[in-house]
Design a protein around this ligand. Structure first.
Ligand code: GLN
Length: 483
């Protein structure tokens, strides 16, 4: 039998339907691959026994003709999504002992669609980071090279899909955490519009920017997953009450007449040659597929990154105040209440989390609120207006997603600002709440995957997926890591 872990969701679904193999066989292949690739540290918690019992249920459903849309698909969740009865750590010592008694809406929906969960995936602590190295459980390695980062913060989510230790995964994207690791690991990932998926039961980082989304082997798998995880949720007042389209239906490969904008501000200073080249190739591919390329301007782009870090840190400092040793997680006792808070938070949080809480508290403090926080909110509005204006003349945008391929573990580690600069192409759309997708399109000079990004209008994931699919078809990216 061929290696079942090489199949996409759509291929595996057909295989199950045709009884070429069983859900138990499919899940077992993934469990074996999890063991084989254990050194990559993609998983924090494995739920293999439960996965096998779920696979038996899936086989019964298939036998009785009650196959659900994602029946028997062995996926895994970023360990930021609360899972009932399964430890949920957010990659932090603070939640090392936290087992929720409820399930996040998104993981619940995927389970109801027939997905099987193989476990919980590694991430930067509280989803803060771009290299997947700040996890309390150790850093994630990139399947394309054990000395390379898998990206962040959804490091385990992208790593597992690339290493074939999960057929697809969930991630979250506050400023690029689905798209950047997807690009670094050579897989596809879409950050949906803010409000498309419920955030209920997802550990909060920066609530006005956070959004859950899928990472898959290809664009089609992301479309299938997105259809099954989206939708209004009464428990999240920011989830949008609008219908969820069948995202797979738009994948025709035909983008005739579609206008794709190229924002000139994304030609950053010192843009590496190989990134400029891949972007240029992307334009040609879309033209080849029938799209029209239009130059556009997003004048406030350069202010988006600093403003993002002000807003994200401000919201994080507020969200993370709940970890006080009383209500959740880790606790270190002290003589006085204040001492207990101090010891608990100094011991429970990692260095990057503390840095962000400090920055966030600073920009929200009385003397600096107007100068930093309010100003950043104004920038946010200007950034959103830029997109609105650009979308008057184009249907979607094509940009790079990362300024480099996956970098070495340890690189940029001592310089947080350098690390933040890594997010230069990804954070802008989060500030406007827009959807964006990363698609692998080629290899760097050093043989590592490079992605491109398609950005769309709010709640127009259909165009994002359609253009991404056309790009994927043209690029014919079929390189795989050597594992
Ligand atoms: N790298 C960005 C940050 O550290 C984005 C993280 C994310 O999207 N969760 O804030």
């Amino acid at each position: 039998m061929t290696d079942l872990t090489k199949l996409t969701i759509s291929q595996a679904t057909t295989g199950l339907k045709n009884k070429d193999f069983s859900a138990v066989e499919l899940t077992t292949s993934y469990i074996n691959q999890m063991e084989k690739t254990d050194n990559l540290n993609a998983y924090i918690t494995k739920t293999t026994d439960n996965a096998l019992s779920q696979a038996k249920i899936a086989d019964n459903n298939i036998a009785s003709g009650n196959m659900r849309p994602m029946e028997g698909m062995p996926i895994a969740h970023k360990d930021l999504l609360c899972t009932k009865g399964v430890k949920t750590t957010a990659g932090s010592k603070m939640l090392d002992n936290f087992t929720p008694d409820y399930e996040s809406t998104v993981s619940q929906k995927l389970a109801e669609s027939g997905c099987i969960s193989l476990g919980k995936l590694n991430l930067d602590q509280f989803a803060m980071g771009s290299n997947g190295q700040s996890s309390f459980y150790g850093g994630t390695k990139n399947p394309w090279g054990n000395d390379l980062v898998a990206g962040g913060s959804s490091s385990g989510s992208a790593c597992a899909v690339s290493a074939r230790s999960a057929i697809a995964s969930t991630g979250t994207d506050t400023g690029g955490s689905i798209r950047q690791p997807s690009a670094f690991c050579g897989v596809a990932g879409i950050r949906p519009t803010y409000g498309r998926c419920s955030r209920w039961g997802v550990v909060a980082y920066a609530s006005s920017l956070d959004q859950v989304g899928p990472i898959g082997k290809d664009v089609r798998d992301c479309a299938i997953m997105l259809s099954n995880m989206s939708g209004h949720d009464e428990k999240d007042s920011t989830s949008a009450n609008i219908p969820v389209p069948d995202f797979e239906a738009v994948l025709t490969g035909d983008v005739k007449g579609l206008k794709i904008g190229i924002p000139k501000e994304y030609y950053i200073d010192d843009m590496p040659q190989e990134i400029a080249k891949i972007w240029d190739n992307g334009k040609k591919m879309l033209v080849e597929a029938g799209a029209e390329i239009v130059d556009v301007s997003l004048p406030h782009t350069k202010y988006a990154l600093p403003a993002y870090y002000i807003i994200a840190c401000a919201e994080a400092s507020s969200n993370l105040s709940r970890y006080d040793g009383v209500r959740y997680g880790h606790r270190v006792s002290g003589k006085e209440l204040d001492e207990m808070y101090e010891l608990t938070r100094s011991e429970g949080f990692g260095e990057e989390v503390k840095r962000r809480i400090l920055m966030g508290t600073y920009v929200l403090s009385a003397g600096f609120y107007d100068a930093y926080y309010i100003k950043a909110q104004k920038v946010r509005r200007l950034v959103a207006n830029d997109f609105k204006k650009a979308f008057e003349s184009v249907d979607a945008l094509l940009t790079p997603i990362t300024p480099s391929p996956a970098f070495k573990i340890g690189e940029n580690q001592e310089d947080p600002v350098k690390m933040y600069l890594n997010d230069v192409f990804s954070v802008t759309l989060n500030m406007a709440g827009l959807p964006g997708m990363s698609v692998p399109v080629g290899l760097s000079d050093s043989g590592l995957p490079l992605g491109l990004q398609i950005i769309g209008k709010a709640f127009d994931e259909e165009t994002v997926l359609k253009a991404s699919y056309a790009l994927e078809k043209q690029a014919k990216f079929d390189a795989t890591p050597n594992i």
